[in-house]
Design a protein around this ligand. Structure first.
Ligand SMILES: Cc1ncc(COP(=O)(O)O)c(C=O)c1O
Length: 346
């Protein structure tokens, strides 16, 4: 029998029971649509408690929309967005960021998913030249697609680089909870205080059902966002159900507990995998993902029992993600199966 939980993606996990309870609790009677309801107001209050009273926050259905619409609020079509080559906006959003912003995305190759001031500097050119797109946004992912986490200093440097050049720093925070937990920072310390201008705040991978938000740390940038969101087809009529999820995640530190747990399970998985000779961990395990190089011929065998994604076919690197509901038993069973399969015993 296949195990109930695998290591393919933190999106494959279900809904945290407390989030589901909050959805059920919101499912009483009627509530005004499109965000003019008590649940949305309460969730916005919680965001303000986390990030400061002077923010603007908008709920959307998914992370691709949070990224695309957040970037749209910062740009004109003749602008460019500088991002890592592995960035979700560049590789996994079907060109939606280009479609919705009209902007060119400038990908930068990185060893570990992280942009640096030096690497961004190479893409910053053609300024004031009418033949060139004008760089307007640096977009970073935190935690990165490779499971690494930018240190506060690294984010601050990128923010300074951007702001010194009239650019913005956008953060794809689909896993911002995992990053903040890993850095032992508050959500505000991990974002706003490092100079982030607009944050895609991920709730789904943290135990939500489909709850993402765009957070603006400078209200002026959000001036037209109500229209951008509606035109972007992301204005939820029954918004109370998204809001209720955030209410649960932002209450009693649930977001942090879930993220800390997922991170701890990834650390345990790394520890167990390091005992297996033929497994090579290829990136630092800073958050909830483990990337490993394994013998190519073992991949299909492993996938027969545990579905997961191959990250880099050429290099035979696979991605294993942990979630809020991954258990120590899951990790140990999986590591045992990997060891057996690689030794030819399974
Ligand atoms: C780094 C990152 N950003 C954004 C997303 C959001 O994607 P979706 O539009 O599927 O919610 C994901 C989901 O896999 C992700 O990994």
């Amino acid at each position: 029998m296949k195990p109930a939980r695998s290591f393919a993606s933190d999106n494959n996990a279900g809904i945290h029971p407390k989030v589901l309870e909050a959805i059920t609790a919101a499912n009483r009677g009627h509530a005004v649509g499109y965000g003019d309801d008590p649940y949305t107001k309460a969730a916005v209050r919680l965001f303000k408690q986390q990030f400061g009273n002077d923010i603007e926050v908008f709920f959307v259905f998914n992370g691709t929309a949070a990224n695309c619409l957040g970037l749209k609020a910062l740009t004109e079509p003749y602008h460019a967005v500088i991002c890592a080559e592995a960035a979700h906006i560049y590789t996994d959003e079907c060109g939606a960021p280009e479609k919705f912003t009209g902007c060119k995305l400038i990908p930068i190759s990185t060893g570990d998913g992280k942009l640096t001031v030096e690497s961004v500097g190479h893409a910053y050119h053609g300024i004031g030249d009418q033949h060139h797109v004008q760089p307007r946004v640096i977009s970073i992912t935190q935690a990165t697609e490779m499971g690494t986490v930018y240190q506060p200093r690294e984010v601050r440097e990128l923010a300074r680089f951007a702001h010194d050049r009239s650019m913005f720093l956008h953060m794809d925070g689909a896993r911002i909870a995992n990053a903040a937990a890993s850095l032992e920072l508050t959500l505000r310390e991990a974002t706003r205080e490092l100079g982030v201008d607009v944050l895609s705040f991920g709730g789904t991978k943290n135990g939500g059902m489909g709850a993402e938000a765009v957070v603006f740390f400078d209200r002026r940038l959000a001036q037209d966002f109500l229209y951008v969101r509606k035109q972007g087809m992301q204005l939820a009529s029954k918004m109370r159900y998204i809001a209720a999820q955030f209410e649960a995640l932002l209450s009693d530190h649930l977001w942090r507990k879930n993220a800390e747990h997922a991170n701890a399970m990834a650390a345990l998985l790394e520890k167990e995998l390091r005992k297996i000779q033929k497994v090579k961990i290829v990136y630092p395990v800073d958050a909830n993902g483990v990337f490993a190089q394994i013998p190519r011929k073992a991949i299909a065998k492993l996938q027969q029992r545990y579905f997961f994604y191959v990250w880099n076919e050429e290099q035979s690197v696979v991605r294993w993600m942990c979630s809020f509901d991954t258990t120590e038993h899951d990790v140990k069973q999986f590591a045992k199966f990997v060891a057996q399969t690689l030794s030819g015993a399974a």
